[in-house]
Design a protein around this ligand. Structure first.
Ligand SMILES: Cc1cc2nc3c(=O)[nH]c(=O)nc-3n(C[C@H](O)[C@H](O)[C@H](O)COP(=O)(O)OP(=O)(O)OC[C@H]3O[C@@H](n4cnc5c(N)ncnc54)[C@H](O)[C@@H]3O)c2cc1C
Length: 321
């Protein structure tokens, strides 16, 4: 590891002024320090955000919830703030207790794309400024099956799909210090192309209280200590026992959280009885384009989507009782 300087800041302005000098934000440091140890990143200065109080904690608001970007995944999983079940599930399914106690919401949203070639300092690839993609002719069982371009690395963060499904907003500061509020989906989209530069220094995430039925379902190779092969997050509202509104987003299958838009119209107005969701899940995955080893991922994504829809519908019905 190369030598680096370290500063600990207590406010966004100071963090940004160090960033303007080439510093790199550090939250829990899990993703960042891993890259530094592997030799794929060598910042000269780390800006530790841990002392920034405004970016901490969960608040309940009239409209819903405000989640500090420095909130740990353990706090999201275990908080007593009545957070939507889908957020709690996404957090508690992440990694291990040790990781959840350290990893922050902001770091989870901005974590590095997942690809073993990309994370190997010895291997050149387009994402690291080289040419071509070794995964295309090599090992690609963990790679994207939807909506990818030259690079099929996936974004594996668990929190983005459920927060996008809930229509969350990202609040933070631009590089010049200006405050900005943008849909979290746009924040995540920007990271797909400019993956190493978040469009904002994230302060808080606002989550509206619109959907009574929420869920996060994932499959992993291992029961713990692993990212999802595929995950699905759903937010649903029923009216008169029928589906009035539904949002479904997938994780681990595309370069960012992926909106299963067909589900929204396919399910609108339907009775959420058993069997309703399989067809919608199959239709959503019809545009998948797996690489040579990725076909199993399409089946997994279909499965988690169906299960997440069922679970969100049951919760929405329960809330309505
Ligand atoms: C064994 C293991 C298993 C894992 N399994 C999963 C899993 O199943 N699901 C999952 O989702 N994740 C998983 N992870 C990843 C883990 O959740 C992330 O590494 C962690 O959430 C990153 O958070 P952090 O606070 O440590 O971020 P850091 O490492 O501090 O930062 C990560 C990136 O985000 C940027 N950043 C941090 N905070 C901000 C901010 N406020 N504004 C702008 N940019 C910011 C940093 O500059 C850096 O680029 C796993 C990790 C490990 C080690």
């Amino acid at each position: 590891m190369k030598r680096f300087a370290y500063v600990r800041v207590e406010d966004a302005g100071t963090a940004l002024s160090w960033a303007a000098k080439g510093g790199r934000f550090k939250a829990g440091g899990l993703d960042l320090l891993d890259r530094m140890k592997r030799g794929t990143l060598a910042p000269e200065l780390l800006i530790d955000l841990a002392g920034w109080k405004e970016a901490r904690g969960i608040r309940t608001t009239e409209e819903g919830w405000s989640l500090g970007s420095l909130t740990t995944l353990a706090d999201l999983a275990e908080s007593g703030h009545g957070l939507p079940a889908g957020i709690r599930e996404a957090a508690e399914n992440t990694a291990t207790p040790q990781v959840r106690n350290r990893a922050t919401l902001g770091g989870n949203l901005c974590q590095t794309p997942r690809c073993w070639y990309f994370h190997d300092a010895e291997i050149s690839c387009a994402k690291k400024g080289g040419a071509g993609c070794p995964a295309r002719e090599g090992r690609n069982e963990g790679h994207a099956v939807l909506s990818y371009g030259e690079c099929p690395a996936v974004q594996g963060g668990n929190l983005a799909p459920i927060l996008c499904a809930l229509g969350a907003w990202a609040l933070g500061r631009e590089a010049d210090g200006a405050s900005r509020r943008m849909p979290l989906a746009d924040f995540c989209k920007a990271l797909e192309t400019d993956w190493d530069r978040a469009p904002l220094l994230l302060e808080r995430i606002e989550v509206p209280k619109t959907f009574p039925g929420t869920s996060h379902v994932e499959v992993r190779h291992r029961d713990s200590f692993d990212w999802a092969v595929a995950s699905a997050a759903v937010a649903m509202r029923l009216e008169g026992g029928r589906i009035a509104e539904v949002r479904a987003w997938l994780g681990g299958v595309a370069p960012g959280p992926w909106r299963a838009a067909s589900v929204e119209k396919d399910l609108a107005g339907l009775d959420p009885k058993p069997g309703t969701f399989r067809k919608a899940a199959e239709a959503a995955l019809r545009e998948a384009r797996p690489l040579s080893e990725g076909a199993y991922k399409v089946a997994m994504a279909r499965h988690v989507l169906e299960k997440a829809l069922e679970r969100a519908a049951a919760r929405a019905a329960e809330e309505g009782r």
